[in-house]
Design a protein around this ligand. Structure first.
Ligand SMILES: [Zn+2]
Length: 228
């Protein structure tokens, strides 16, 4: 303890850099009689010990600079350093189409959870394994279905062979029901553009079925089973 009452730790005083376990190991190696003598010395000293100030990123919690904005940016920088590129996923679309893609699915007659999944896909925030790895540094392996490829958004909902087979069977079923639809491509499945003022009942039906198909894939991933 210095003359101001600040408790000096071994690491600070002797510039030792070691792990917490090694530090505790050193402390336990100090003889008990010496520890007792030190306690008595502090007990009968005229100096009042001061607790060390808690701080984050070099700024004490009691400092006026340590407000909510500072804490939020510090935590974001520490735990999620890579920003989400929400607009990048829709970079190939015109501005008016982007607005429609983002708004029109909200009025579809599908369960709210299915809309939530679509919202995450459209905004590039669906927690695929690649998203968790790049955003939060959580490494939890490959694709949930094929277990071999990297699980990014495109792979999980289209490129994976197992998922592709699911969409192929899905489209065959639609044709079997007598509903005509163009071949499913990635953008059709991801963003199914609602860019017409009036769409036919069959197109509306396909839109809703694709949203439910993506929700089904999400549920399969959640329950760790294959979609087909
Ligand atoms: Zn896969």
């Amino acid at each position: 303890m210095d003359n101001e009452g600040n408790c000096l730790q071994l690491c600070d005083k002797f510039k030792i850099h070691c792990t917490k376990e090694k530090y505790n190991h050193i402390l336990n190696a100090i003889p008990l009689s010496f520890q007792a003598m030190d306690k008595q010395d502090i007990l009968y000293s005229n100096i009042t010990p001061n607790l060390k100030q808690l701080c984050t990123d070099g700024v004490p919690f009691s400092d006026s600079r340590c407000n909510n904005t500072f804490l939020r940016s510090h935590l974001l920088h520490y735990y999620a350093p890579n920003p989400v590129r929400r607009k990048y996923i829709l970079k190939d679309f015109k501005e008016e189409d982007i607005k429609k893609i983002r708004i029109k699915f909200m009025s579809s007659p599908v369960p709210p959870k299915a809309k939530e999944i679509l919202f995450k896909i459209i905004n590039n925030i669906y927690p695929s394994k690649e998203f968790l790895r790049t955003k939060f540094k959580i490494n939890i392996g490959n694709c949930s279905f094929c277990e071999t490829d990297n699980e990014n958004l495109n792979h999980l909902f289209f490129d994976c062979m197992i998922v592709w087979r699911f969409w192929f069977e899905f489209q065959s079923w639609i044709h079997f029901k007598g509903i005509q639809s163009p071949a499913f491509i990635l953008k059709e499945i991801q963003f199914r553009i609602f860019n017409k003022i009036k769409i036919s009942s069959s197109e509306c039906c396909i839109n809703n079925l694709i949203i439910l198909g993506k929700y089904y894939l999400h549920k399969c991933r959640f329950f760790r089973c294959r979609p087909i």
